[in-house]
Design a binder for this molecule. Structure first.
Ligand SMILES: [Zn+2]
Ligand SMILES: [Zn+2]
Length: 346
């Protein structure tokens, strides 16, 4: 089968790789009908993660059709449509059972060498009975796919911020995860969601979602946040970028006794945590990887009910064969690109 493979920094090649096969009783083979290119794929693509091995298949955002099931699978059958978490979790361990599948003791990541990547014609999903969620036929791939990664991550970020009705929420970043953090924050009935970024096309998307765009290249976001909050600062700040300057900026936006919730994938050297300032101001700071399985079913329900439409952030749809171009325009933000999805089967 064909798959997008990593061949060194900034080099993705679609090439033939072995077909995935059932290896364990809880495996499912999925025919991938749509796969996303995610910001965390780009951490490998641009060399920040420094993975010396090459030839491995990439991708971890996927939706597809079940074509084969292992002997222990009872909740899926061939022909079912399913979306899956970017990490396969067992469903049985302490962490899975307590709502933290992101800390599963047997977790396995798609792409990144560990498991085959999802930007491929087919995908082996371990512990599929738990890792996958059934998708109703009425929901398009485009609406459902992001519950397996960036929508759930944005929702987790907002959920951990403990937003209360009437709150002022500042979201740092209007990339794909930031946009979903904004969309999710709006589900908690805040007074306003302020979207802080500097890319015009991203801010335009924030506006379409219902957030207030704040162009940090034109205005001082601290002043805007204060204008909306009687001078106090934001009740909740959500961070969805994952670099030191954006994490540090959260401490300037948050009000005393407010909450910062961060989900940006932070791979830089540690930054100096403002411990004393946080102590004096009673700041709550939370950071982490989304336990996707906790949210997938709930969010699929909200989408099916017509409350949100995650497909609106897709700017580019292309065949799997064009994956190299997809990575290039997503990484370099060409063609006003916000989100690319690939179609392995046309
Ligand atoms: Zn991802
Ligand atoms: Zn587990």
């Amino acid at each position: 089968m064909k798959a997008a493979t990593f061949q060194g920094p900034l080099k993705v090649v679609v090439q033939d790789v072995p077909d995935p096969k059932i290896q364990e009783p809880n495996d499912v083979i999925l025919k991938v009908t749509t796969a996303g290119i995610c910001g965390s794929d780009v951490h490998a693509y641009d060399g920040r993660m420094n993975i010396p091995a090459t030839g491995w298949s990439m991708g971890h955002e996927y939706i597809g059709e079940v074509v084969e099931t292992g002997s222990a699978i009872t909740n899926f059958k061939p022909g079912d449509r399913a979306v899956g978490s970017f990490v396969a979790s067992c469903g049985e361990c302490y962490f899975c059972k307590t709502g933290w599948p992101s800390q599963c003791v047997k977790q396995q990541f798609f792409g990144f060498i560990m498991l085959g990547g999802a930007q491929a014609e087919y995908l082996r999903v371990p512990n599929a009975h738990y890792t996958l969620e059934k998708v109703p036929d009425a929901l398009s791939d485009e609406k459902a796919i992001f519950t397996g990664d960036i929508f759930s991550t944005g929702y987790f970020c907002a959920d951990r911020g403990e937003i209360k009705p009437g709150d002022v929420v500042a979201v740092v970043g209007s990339g794909p995860v930031g946009l979903f953090a904004q969309m999710s924050a709006l589900m908690f009935e805040p007074k306003a969601v302020l979207a802080i970024d500097q890319m015009p096309e991203r801010l335009e998307m924030s506006k379409r979602i219902g957030a207030v765009p704040v162009d940090m290249s034109q205005v001082d976001p601290v002043a805007v946040v204060k204008e909306h909050s009687e001078g106090r600062g934001a009740d909740v700040v959500l961070e969805a970028v994952g670099i030191a300057p954006s994490l540090e900026s959260c401490f300037r936006y948050v009000r005393a006794a407010g909450t910062i919730s961060a989900v940006g994938m932070y791979t830089e050297p540690e930054f100096a945590f403002p411990m004393f300032q946080s102590f004096l101001r009673d700041i709550s700071f939370k950071i982490g990887v989304c336990p996707v399985k906790r949210y997938m079913g709930k969010l699929l329900g909200e989408i099916a009910a017509g409350k949100v439409d995650p497909s609106m952030i897709i700017t580019h749809t292309m065949p799997l064969d064009d994956a190299a171009r997809g990575y290039d325009i997503f990484h370099h933000r060409k063609e006003n690109c916000i989100k690319v999805v690939l179609k392995p089967h046309g």
